[in-house]
Design a protein around this ligand. Structure first.
Ligand code: SF4
Length: 448
């Protein structure tokens, strides 16, 4: 159960010294209750107060940062079980795995791909996050060499995977200040791994089978002073992963088992033949770090698209800025199409218009990110909005005609738009995929 602000306030030293960055202890207590600050911000809390407050005031899933610099990413700090309850905040990092036995040119090729490959969808550049390097050779030197090869060519977040603690020490010479994620502390090695993680201030994966063993290991690592933890469930199958990751998420969100409130790690390469499915499941079922072999182009796009969809705030449609956009270099006799500022509508239509190779103007009106159908039903798309947008974006200065093509789903408004604007309204297709044929046939008729 989360503590209320007043309960938290009672446990504070009440010096009102502002060292936590808040003007009073009460403000600090209120922020702690809302999960907006950390107990560590107050230097005067004793160990007992910290242990009482720590698990109940921090976000139910701890925020963990991996890497440094522009490509670093944060995971965790999630508050809901279902995305539609609010939103998911931190998309999982997806990292391509390489083995330290691979030749340097192959390592460089994977690294370059992660560094440079980008896929633009609905106006956002989607990328993979980093590289996971596995000590398959068993050699400390070979592992360190592979890590150095990656480090030389890219400034990317890393996951270091090894059994031998000495391998980490050798590898961290090359990347120790860049917060790589270390895999993994196990029941027999946690003390040594915590020492390494503490020395380099790295986040640490803990690996155990079963929730009790994981809880125990979390407590042990926290007692060693390492709390930036990520959980490796070691699931034997996709079914087990779904069951276990779902259980952990539920126990963490409800704070029934706050010691399990850490992001989850998934290594999709362990499920031979099911890698694409494992990546997809990792994304939808609460995975925060997903390690995979480099994905084929189609699987890569599918994974990035799925991640973008799951981690888009369902309460805030992705919006375009309203305005008059050009497709190609339209002249004064080019068609003018009107649609809403829902990003998916814009980018879908833009793609089809570019394929049609008919230069045109695209008038985007502000429906607060709602789609055509929804904005017509909700009254957001109206004749006055279209009239005002034509005026505001000075469409009449751009073309020598007064013909406006509206989306098929806005057909019920066609008469009212004609009256309000004085423009002749042409009703376009309902499906954006048909816009090319429509323009080639209908617009050609209008011009003749
Ligand atoms: Fe109060 Fe601690 Fe903040 Fe000082 S640092 S104002 S004692 S909460």
């Amino acid at each position: 159960m989360a503590l209320k602000a007043l309960d938290i306030y009672k446990l504070l030293p009440k010096k009102n010294c502002k060292e936590c960055g808040d003007p009073t202890c009460l403000t600090f207590a209120m922020k702690l209750a809302g999960g907006k600050t950390d107990v560590e911000a107050c230097p005067y809390l004793d160990a007992n107060a910290k242990s009482v407050l720590g698990a109940t005031t921090r976000p139910p899933i701890r925020l963990v940062k991996i890497g440094v610099g522009e490509r670093s990413f944060a995971i965790g700090e999630e508050f809901v079980f279902y995305r539609h309850d609010k939103t998911f905040y931190h998309p999982p990092g997806i990292l391509f795995k390489i083995q330290d036995t691979m030749p340097a040119d192959q390592i460089n090729a994977v690294t370059a791909r992660v560094r440079n490959e980008s896929f633009t969808r609905v106006g956002t550049d989607l990328r993979f996050n980093g590289v996971a390097i596995e000590n398959v050779s068993g050699s400390v030197d070979t592992f360190a060499e592979a890590v150095a090869t990656v480090e030389k060519s890219a400034d990317l977040p890393l996951v270091l995977i090894a059994e031998n603690p000495d391998a980490f020490c050798a590898a961290l010479v090359h990347c120790g200040t860049y917060r790589p994620l270390l895999h993994a502390a196990k029941p027999g090695t946690f003390k040594m791994m915590c020492g390494i993680a503490k020395q380099h201030e790295c986040p640490l994966i803990i690996s155990a089978r079963g929730l009790d063993a994981l809880s125990e290991l979390v407590k042990n690592c926290c007692a060693e002073g390492v709390s930036d933890l990520v959980l490796d469930l070691n699931s034997g199958s996709l079914g087990e992963f779904i069951t276990e990751s779902t259980t952990i998420r539920e126990l963490a969100i409800t704070r029934t088992a706050p010691e399990l409130g850490y992001p989850i790690y998934m290594d999709a390469t362990r499920l031979a033949g099911l890698q694409d499915a494992a990546v997809a499941l990792g994304i939808v079922k609460f995975g925060s770090v997903i390690v995979t072999a480099p994905l084929e182009a189609a699987s890569a796009k599918a994974a990035l698209t799925l991640r973008q969809n799951i981690y888009t705030d369902p309460q805030k449609p992705i919006q375009m800025n309203p305005g008059l956009y050009r497709i190609g270099t339209p002249g004064q006799d080019a068609p003018v199409l009107m649609t809403v500022n829902f990003s998916l509508t814009f980018f879908t239509l833009q793609g089809y218009l570019e394929s049609a190779r008919i230069p045109c103007f695209l008038l985007i009106v502000d429906t607060e990110g709602l789609s055509v159908l929804t904005s017509v039903a909700a009254g957001k798309l109206s004749e006055t909005l279209v009239r005002d947008s034509i005026k505001k974006f000075e469409v009449e200065k751009e073309v020598s005609h007064k013909k406006l093509i509206i989306p098929g789903y806005a057909a019920p408004l066609s008469g009212r738009i004609e009256e309000a604007t004085g423009w002749k309204v042409l009703v376009g297709p309902r499906d954006a995929a048909e816009i090319g044929d429509y323009l080639h046939e209908e617009w050609a008729k209008q011009k003749s």
